[in-house]
Design a protein around this ligand. Structure first.
Ligand SMILES: *[C@@H]1O[C@H](CO)[C@@H](O)[C@H](O)[C@H]1NC(C)=O
Ligand SMILES: *[C@@H]1O[C@H](CO)[C@@H](O)[C@H](O)[C@H]1NC(C)=O
Ligand SMILES: *[C@@H]1O[C@H](CO)[C@@H](O)[C@H](O)[C@H]1NC(C)=O
Ligand SMILES: *[C@@H]1O[C@H](CO)[C@@H](O)[C@H](O)[C@H]1NC(C)=O
Ligand SMILES: *[C@@H]1O[C@H](CO)[C@@H](O)[C@H](O)[C@H]1NC(C)=O
Length: 514
């Protein structure tokens, strides 16, 4: 008996060792089985139709991806949108509508998605522009909370608005909007996105027994439209079209308009003396800007293609998106700063090992990225939805898109909506209408996108209490995308749409809350 006991004991001990080896082996195994995440965020890249310009690498990725064709940003401005994507919370939940507050200091110690991956065994990297730099990410890109390593910023980023564009009219170096360059003559003989690409490739190629979450933020096609000159040759000017509806719509409430000051103030545009706030861009320049925007998009497309050639798609989830869209003269508007579809709509691609490529037309939101990533990687299944103003550190406003990824269009979700918002300091356009500071915001435009409609209410907003008054209205908009994809006809007064307005208003108010 005793020997047997002893033997048993010894066996048991061996068993523990064997189990330990297996468990440890399993941990290593599960580490290598854990999927990497590559999050590519392109700055100000609108949803480009193939009729605008062919982006060959994005098309190649899209063909293999779940391609969300109706994906919308929460606010068409960099800092609010990026903080919203990264925390999975709406601008209202972060109380950030400008560039000047850091949620951990002002609202709550909310977890970001890179932080969650970092705390769950991932090495997390930030390259280029992921968080908006400055006070909205505490001048540190939320390091060390979100990132395992200090975020990488290309050294030539400091020249982003410098007078380095060779102006064809003045023959001087200026801070132009349209800025094709030769690398040889640029400071450092390179550009920020080229430096970011090189750094990103090295991260992908690194050897480590931990999986990575790599966030790569390309700067272009954000203004100025600065890119190696050869990309301009790929977009012949005679193949560029004007927008179908380049005018301010007749029935547009004034509060929906913005004077695109960032475009006006560039040296080449300033010279055109366009009257403030309603002057129109000359047609020739509309074509030139559209051409340069496409060329800048082609440049980034090329860099993305190069990066993708290093990525092992067997064990990496790739998400490609942008912080918001960009108006290219539609409705007489330029840049972001609005609640129009072109300013809010972004590419959203999920390339997931084991999933087949398909398109999804259901409207989705960038706040959905966080819960979707957790769902796809299986990192956590029990994180709750935030109710309005929920202050727990881990919850999110969006929902997982995984159910939409495997089902076909017959399972389209008709009760899924995208909610966006934009603040204004006044009804009449002023110099700070595009980017009002929190203390000057008096109006908030809340916008609901369904499969068919875009419906917007501009209401009174209290910038210290963060309350809204749905009874104090400054403008209403209804666009029927089935008939009017350009959002040129505001139908909110059309008798035929009376019930639609009533229904959409109810949904919008219940989704946004009081
Ligand atoms: C398992 O991972 C640990 C650290 O994570 C490492 O030290 C060890 O060498 C790995 N073992 C194997 C068999 O790879
Ligand atoms: C915020 O959360 C982080 C990560 O969980 C933690 O390290 C830090 O102490 C928290 N800060 C505060 C002020 O609670
Ligand atoms: C923000 O940065 C400052 C200065 O580096 C630091 O003292 C402070 O703790 C940071 N805030 C948070 C919430 O980490
Ligand atoms: C713009 O105004 C300046 C100064 O008034 C004038 O010299 C210039 O010719 C104007 N340019 C155009 C394109 O009208
Ligand atoms: C990915 O998986 C395929 C099919 O199993 C295999 O042929 C290929 O070698 C794998 N690629 C890498 C980089 O692991």
């Amino acid at each position: 008996m005793l020997t047997i006991n002893k033997l048993n004991f010894n066996n048991h001990s061996n068993l523990v060792n064997i189990l330990l080896v297996i468990i440890l082996g399993k941990i290593n195994l599960s580490n290598t089985e854990k999927q990497n995440v590559l999050f590519i965020c392109v700055d100000d890249l609108r949803h480009l139709a193939e009729t605008d310009v062919l982006l060959p690498n994005l098309m190649k990725i899209a063909a293999k991806s779940i391609n969300f064709k109706n994906a919308f940003a929460q606010q068409a401005l960099c800092a609010p949108s990026r903080n919203s994507i990264l925390t999975g919370r709406r601008p209202d939940s972060l109380r950030l509508y400008d560039f000047y507050s850091y949620w951990r200091q002002t609202v709550g110690n909310f977890t970001t998605f890179p932080q969650f991956f970092k705390e769950n065994g991932y090495e997390t990297f930030s390259i280029g522009k992921i968080f908006h730099p400055g006070s909205s990410s505490n001048f540190s890109d939320d390091y060390p909370y979100s990132w395992s390593f200090e975020p990488y910023h290309p050294s030539t980023e400091i020249y982003k608005d410098a007078p380095v564009c060779e102006d064809p009219f003045t023959n001087k170096l200026q801070s132009d909007l349209i800025c094709p360059v030769s690398l040889k003559e640029q400071p450092g003989q390179t550009l920020p996105d080229l430096q970011s690409l090189e750094y990103a490739i090295n991260v992908v190629k690194r050897r480590s027994n931990k999986p990575f979450l790599l966030a790569v933020g390309f700067h272009k096609p954000h203004l100025p439209l600065k890119f190696p000159r050869r990309y301009l040759d790929k977009v012949p000017l005679n193949e560029v079209n004007l927008p179908r509806f380049p005018y301010m719509p007749d029935d547009l409430p004034l509060v929906a308009w913005h004077p695109w000051t960032d475009v006006r103030k560039r040296d080449d545009i300033k010279r055109l003396n366009i009257s403030f706030p309603f002057g129109e861009m000359p047609q020739r320049w509309t074509l030139k800007i559209r051409r340069s925007y496409y060329a800048a998009a082609l440049y980034v497309d090329d860099l993305i293609g190069q990066l993708m050639s290093y990525v092992n798609l067997n064990n990496t989830i790739v998400i490609l998106t942008s912080d918001h869209g960009w108006s290219l003269g539609e409705n007489g508007l330029w840049a972001k700063y609005s609640n129009f579809d072109v300013a809010l709509k972004v590419p959203l691609l999920f390339l997931v090992p084991g999933y087949q490529g398909r398109s999804v037309s259901t409207p989705v939101e960038l706040v959905d990225i966080f819960p979707t990533l957790l769902d796809l990687t299986g990192l956590s299944k029990n994180i709750p939805n935030c109710n309005h103003n929920d202050n727990s550190t881990l919850c999110y406003d969006g929902e997982s898109l995984k159910p939409l990824m495997k089902s076909d269009t017959t399972h389209r979700r008709d009760n899924k909506y995208a909610i966006s918002q934009y603040p204004r300091p006044s009804v009449y356009p002023k110099s700070d209408t595009d980017k009002p500071r929190l203390k000057d915001i008096t109006i908030m435009g809340y916008s609901l996108r369904t499969n068919r409609y875009r419906y917007t209410e501009w209401i009174s907003f209290n910038n210290t209490q963060f309350t809204k008054n749905w009874k104090l209205l400054y403008g209403l908009e209804l666009y029927d995308h089935q008939k009017d994809p350009d959002e040129a006809n505001n139908l909110y007064l059309a008798p035929k749409y009376k019930n639609t307005v009533k229904k959409l208003s109810m949904i919008l108010r219940s989704k946004v809350g009081v």
